[in-house]
Design a protein around this ligand. Structure first.
Ligand code: HAX
Length: 439
């Protein structure tokens, strides 16, 4: 069966039985109440989803199976001569719930390498698209084109017992994750490097090989990719990319169909596309000010103007977090080590000093602090990956680790089809009138 799949089976099936018994005994216990505000405002903080892989605290930030980002940096296995964790290790932690050893991480690296050959028709489909097609659109189309490979869809069509759904889902998840770097690198090279593609290097781990296929062989860029792929992997279950993957998967759509839905959500500017928007916003600021190193006063004036024009300051704010995102801090620490004198990185740090009090003074922005997207682009620009329209694809490759692990768990736990109740404004008005009379 494969050691990883055996291990997943040995933790997932007993837990599925435990969850079933728990629901039977305590299923009618209320988890909370919600308001009209929440129904109109994106269901924020309603506890109505179960996601095993990570949990977000508004003050502390993300924990993956109980571990913070600094703890992952300390405890997960690393490649030789690299201080950043291997994302293969985080995948194991999210899937199994315990820290892996180096042998297990090597096993995952080589399993993904073995599964990484992308069918030719995927490249043919991409080649038919105009080169100016946004990289995220190309990414979604490529994932959809790979759906021909779905073992889950094939097994379902043949007839499969529902208790076994997790098995072909696991197979699809492993194959899809294995192929994403190749597909993403292909999109990058066809869009920005005249279609001059770079063959994978089977000696490299998943993230380093991705860097190599993009065309970046600097060891510190490979370290950055390992860190990047680790910190963007998961952010509990309610964010748009995780939730849409889970939602579509709840209809028993396979991993390819579900993950494409997640990527279409990630491509929105209030979510993953914010990493592209941050760099565009900073570049525009530099152009208008006429300096690549704007002063604090100039930055403050530009932020005020952005707000006056009714636009968002990209990279700032969050639907759950109420403090600086630890993913921002992890990137800042990386930059302090590898490129402390970079002009753009220093501008990002100056914005970090200036923006929060201005945003706080608006009186309406709940979180004036930077999120993950505020820093990532500046590091990529430092290493020469300057095509900001591609940045969300990098985020998407990483996000696959979390949301696809969750799909394995969704099927192992037998989670049901998602179908919350919706109401009309007329219904809400009648409800308010009735309850006002009562009160
Ligand atoms: N700049 C300007 N206005 C902002 C703002 C920002 N960075 N963040 C929030 N606001 C505004 C909202 O637009 C909203 O305005 P209205 O009342 O006029 O509609 C008001 O402040 C209250 O919003 P909120 O409750 O603080 O924030 P939400 O939970 O509604 O939204 C967002 C969270 C992340 C979408 C929001 O902060 C935002 O638009 N930020 C900029 C875009 C961004 O960086 N997105 C990436 C987020 C992290 C992520 O998912 N990465 O992938």
């Amino acid at each position: 069966m494969g050691i990883l799949k055996d291990k997943f089976k040995s933790v997932a099936l007993p837990m599925a039985a435990e969850v079933k018994a728990m629901i039977k005994e305590h299923g009618d216990m209320p988890l909370g109440t919600y308001t009209i505000d929440q129904a109109y405002g994106g269901m924020k903080s309603i506890m109505a989803l179960v996601t095993e892989t990570s949990l977000l605290d508004s003050e502390e930030g993300i924990r993956f199976r109980g571990y913070t980002i600094p703890e992952l940096q300390e405890k997960l296995p690393k490649a030789q001569d690299c201080t950043e964790p291997l994302p293969e290790g985080l995948f194991y932690l999210m899937l199994i719930g315990e820290l892996p050893d180096s042998k297990m991480v090597e096993h995952i690296s080589s399993a993904w390498m073995r599964r990484s050959i992308v069918p030719l028709h995927v490249f043919t489909a991409l080649n038919e698209l105009p080169p100016h097609t946004h990289p995220m659109t190309q990414f979604s189309i490529a994932i959809m084109a790979m759906q021909t490979e779905s073992i889950f869809a094939k097994k379902y069509r043949e007839g499969i017992n529902k208790k076994d759904y997790w098995d072909p889902m696991f197979e699809d998840v492993m194959t899809l994750i294995a192929r994403l770097p190749r597909v993403a690198a292909y999109i990058y090279r066809r869009t920005y490097h005249d279609g001059k593609h770079i063959e994978p290097d089977p000696q490299l781990d998943w993230a380093a090989n991705f860097a190599h296929m993009l065309g970046f062989d600097d060891p510190s860029f490979k370290s950055l990719m390992r860190l990047y792929m680790t910190i963007h992997a998961d952010h509990e279950g309610g964010n748009v990319s995780a939730h849409s993957t889970h939602l579509v998967g709840s209809a028993l759509s396979d991993a390819y169909l579900s993950f494409t839905a997640g990527m279409n959500g990630l491509a929105g500017p209030l979510h993953g596309l914010a990493n592209q928007e941050v760099i565009r916003w900073v570049m525009q600021m530099q152009k208008e000010i006429g300096s690549t190193s704007p002063t604090e006063e100039q930055i403050a004036a530009y932020i005020q103007r952005t707000l006056t024009e009714g636009k968002v300051v990209p990279g700032y704010g969050h639907a759950v977090l109420r403090k600086t995102d630890p993913r921002f801090t992890a990137q800042m620490e990386f930059a302090k080590k590898y490129c402390p004198n970079d002009e753009l990185v220093n501008t990002i740090w100056r914005i970090y000093k200036v923006a929060p009090p201005i945003l706080e003074n608006t009186g309406k922005i709940k979180n004036p602090w930077p999120n993950v997207d505020a820093h990532s682009g500046s590091l990529l620009v430092h290493y020469g990956l300057v095509e900001e329209d591609f940045y969300t694809v990098l985020f998407g490759v990483s996000r696959a680790l979390g949301v696809l692990t969750s799909l394995c768990w969704d099927r192992a736990l037998g989670l049901g089809i998602e179908r919350p109740k919706s109401i009309t404004t007329e219904w809400v008005k009648a409800f308010i009138a009735k309850n006002k009379v009562k009160a």
